[in-house]
Design a protein. Structure first.
Length: 285
């Protein structure tokens, strides 16, 4: 090997070693910054940049995009886990055509989540089975997808947890848990009658969130009947005042989702066992 060739080979080896050192330092930097996804994709991104003749800026952008997507997915999974949603429903699952008693345009407006920015409340009222809880879950899921913290619970669960917290001298901390989320869903308002302590604790939650965070409430009892369900007209008036000051009432008066589902299963079973055509039974409006 000539001197020139030897020098060139040594230079190439030195450059290769330098690139390897830079690569290892880069992986170390990514690990230190906890950019795990970027670290794992580094080799693929660099190889792709070389093969496609991408510029350094394009390679950096591709690497950071991978990390941002991974971070967003992890944060969304965390928000969704915290939200405590009892079902995986989305608005695409709600059959507006089969529920004529609902204002679809209003639901689409609520789906923009503008009401969260105004700390406005939503009250779903209607008979059992019309989709009040389903729509509440759908809106809470949309809130988590938009980067907001949401939490789903029932009025009874709130009262029981706050009573326990009171007995353990940690009511302030427990109240903070229910006031921190951007959106709190209080399902089944008025489903059970509350005692005096329960009424007072539920009011504490609503009052603490007043003009600070949104509440979605579902109830099969009309607002005029809340005083009777609460057993305290004065407290009911104060609670209604806070919920409806910046509130949107969504009335749903239509056929039951659960009854339609039961009928569909019965028809499917009848067809499977007897071979007779499916019988459709209309629900009275």
């Amino acid at each position: 090997m000539t001197t020139t060739a030897a020098t060139a080979a040594a230079g190439a080896e030195q450059a290769s070693n330098r690139q390897a050192q830079i690569y290892q330092r880069l992986r170390s930097h990514l690990a230190f910054l906890k950019m795990t996804a970027a670290a794992e994709a580094l080799t693929t991104v660099l190889d792709d940049a070389r093969d496609r003749h991408h510029s350094p800026l394009e390679a950096i952008e591709a690497l950071l995009t991978i990390q941002v997507n991974a971070t967003e997915a992890r944060q969304q999974a965390s928000r969704l886990h915290f939200a405590n949603l009892p079902a995986p429903w989305t608005l695409d699952d709600y059959d507006f055509a089969a529920q004529p008693g609902i204002d679809a345009a209003l639901i689409r407006e609520l789906a923009t989540l503008r009401f969260l920015q105004e700390a406005a409340n939503v009250v779903f009222i209607g008979p059992p089975g019309v989709g009040k809880t389903m729509l509440s879950i759908c809106l809470a899921r949309l809130a988590t997808q938009a980067g907001h913290k949401a939490y789903f619970t029932t009025c009874q669960d709130v009262v029981e947890r706050l009573k326990k917290a009171t007995a353990e001298h940690r009511l302030k901390t427990a109240l903070r848990f229910f006031t921190q989320p951007k959106l709190l869903v209080l399902d089944e308002f008025g489903y059970r009658r509350l005692d005096q302590d329960g009424r007072a604790l539920l009011f504490e939650v609503v009052n603490a969130r007043y003009l600070k965070g949104s509440i979605i409430t579902t109830s099969h009892v009309g607002i005029n009947g809340w005083a009777d369900r609460l057993g305290d007209p004065m407290l009911a008036a104060a609670l209604i005042d806070r919920l409806l000051h910046h509130g949107i009432i969504v009335g749903i008066d239509g056929p039951s989702y659960r009854m339609r589902s039961h009928q569909a299963r019965a028809n499917a079973l009848r067809t499977a066992t007897t071979g007779t055509p499916t019988i459709r039974q209309e629900t009275a409006p």
